[in-house]
Design a protein around this ligand. Structure first.
Ligand code: 8VR
Length: 469
């Protein structure tokens, strides 16, 4: 079987992780420009000032993508390039840059898939309370509209937010992402709600413009499974799925929050400040949301605990996705299991977890349209005789694409696959050590680009539409 004709084979990146040019051509400061410069926040104090200099090398990079046969490129727009202070004047140079990127993609027939928010918030808004302040909702709606009007004639696929669970958890509970707060549960839930409202506003604006494209959101997809058949651990997995998945997916797809979480928040005095009008907006926008993007790397294996959590602060090395942390409410813990396989960064490799998770989604949300907007292997790639032989990455992607194929044959509505990442880039907290790309970037040699083994492999998969998988 070949993948269906309308299935898109792509790869992804994010503005802060590739662009650099942090203060060029009128760009404003983002929260990451500031946060990454606080000593100790990132591995070896790396930051995105230069990143892989995609801002100046986008032509070369997109040419390589075309050579690889990429059908679609998922990238994000840096809000502070478009509106430097978040909600004031528009920076024409910023618009021009993304126009160039989009046109360069279209020149080769590559479909641009655009994320509006991949974590880099204008610092001016962050300083005023960021996602906790409702001003940011209005600002986002305006920014989204500016992007739709500037790029919407050529961009027909929009993602509002990337992984709300990650930037809110790390930002308001764990202190590992901006704004660096610890254990602020009230703000955490408020920020998530404000993001969902901002998403809903953007969906409405987009549909009112009648540009006839599609709009959705991307969430981390981290389905939780009990470590065994014990009742208490099965309860833990149900609890984890409600807080980590349904809290994030329900308001987008069903237009309402899961009552299991709502009731608990009420009891604890953690209910966000939400208005009737906002709740109605969520309900209305859910009917117009076109798809959900899933970033799948690993499932969660969970066990019940009963702990009083003094502080949810976690150190950088524990904030990078490795299991072992207790949940903020002390109800469960994620665990590493002896019979599972893990990457060098401790992320479980499990294509079965992927398939089981997709079935769980289908059960809860029916036939919603899905894209895999990220999936890939973070590794330190071996270089042998000058060649980058990233065989484990090929194996990883092969396994996951094979699962997608069977999911499609089971009737799961999957429309595209975006490997993370198209090119080696800056990891938020891990510097350049953790590589994900099909294209290698030589940091010792003027950021020169080089094709990896996986580049040729993926090209072949695309050419044959996955027939051999
Ligand atoms: C996703 C993010 C993306 C990347 C990939 C890989 C990190 C990284 C944490 O959660 O959308 O930006 O972020 O995962 O892992 O290493 O930079």
């Amino acid at each position: 079987m070949k993948f269906p004709k309308d299935f898109l084979f792509g790869a992804a990146s994010a503005s802060y992780q590739v662009e650099g040019a942090w203060n060029e051509d009128g760009k404003g400061l983002s929260n990451w420009d500031v946060f990454s410069k606080i000593p100790g926040k990132t591995f070896e104090n790396t930051n995105g000032d230069v990143a892989i200099d995609h801002y100046h090398r986008y032509k070369e990079d997109i040419k390589l993508m075309a050579e690889m046969g990429l059908e679609s490129y998922r990238f994000s727009v840096s809000w502070a390039r478009i509106i430097p202070d978040g909600d004031g004047e528009i920076n024409e140079k910023g618009i021009e840059f993304y126009n160039n990127v989009i046109d360069e993609c279209l020149k080769y027939g590559i479909v641009p898939f655009v994320t509006l928010y991949h974590w880099d918030l204008p610092q001016n808004l962050e300083a005023d309370g960021g996602w906790v302040n409702k001003r940011t909702i209005r600002a986002f709606a305006k920014y989204a509209e500016v992007c739709f009007e500037a790029f919407g004639d050529r961009v027909k696929h929009w993602i509002t937010f990337n992984e709300t669970v990650v930037f809110c958890t790390l930002g308001y509970l764990n202190g590992a992402h901006p704004p660096g707060l610890v254990n602020d549960q009230k703000k955490y839930f408020q920020a998530t709600h404000n993001v969902f409202v901002a998403h809903a506003e953007a969906v409405q604006i987009y549909k009112n413009l009648r540009q006839f494209g599609e709009i959705g959101i991307t969430h981390v997809f981290n389905p939780a499974f009990s470590i065994d058949g014990k009742e208490e651990n099965i309860f833990a997995s149900m609890h984890a799925n409600h807080y980590q998945t349904f809290w994030y997916y329900d308001p987008i797809l069903k237009g309402e929050y899961p009552s299991y979480v709502v009731d608990a928040l009420k009891e604890k005095g953690l209910t966000p400040d939400w208005t009737e009008a906002e709740l109605t907006l969520l309900k209305d926008a859910a009917d117009y949301n076109d798809f959900i993007g899933l970033n799948y790397y690993q499932p969660a294996r969970v066990a019940k605990i009963n702990e009083t959590i003094e502080s949810t602060k976690i150190d950088r090395d524990k904030a990078t996705g490795k299991p072992g942390n207790p949940s903020f409410d002390g109800v469960y813990r994620t665990v590493m299991m002896e019979d599972k396989v893990y990457t060098k960064w401790g992320w479980e490799i499990s294509s079965e977890g992927f398939l089981d998770g997709l079935r769980m989604l289908k059960e809860r949300y029916g036939d919603v349209k899905l894209y895999i907007t990220e999936n890939g292997l973070g590794d330190e790639d071996p270089i042998i005789d000058g060649e980058i032989v990233d065989v484990p990455r090929i194996k990883y992607i092969e396994e996951h694409l094979t699962v997608i194929k069977s999911a499609i044959s089971e009737g799961i509505n999957l429309k595209g696959y975006y490997a993370w990442s198209v090119i080696d880039l800056l990891s938020w907290l891990n510097g350049y050590k953790k590589q994900y790309g099909f294209i290698y970037v030589d940091h010792k040699n003027n950021l020169e680009r080089k094709k990896k083994l996986s580049f040729h492999w993926y090209k072949h998969i695309i050419e044959t539409r996955g027939e051999e998988l």
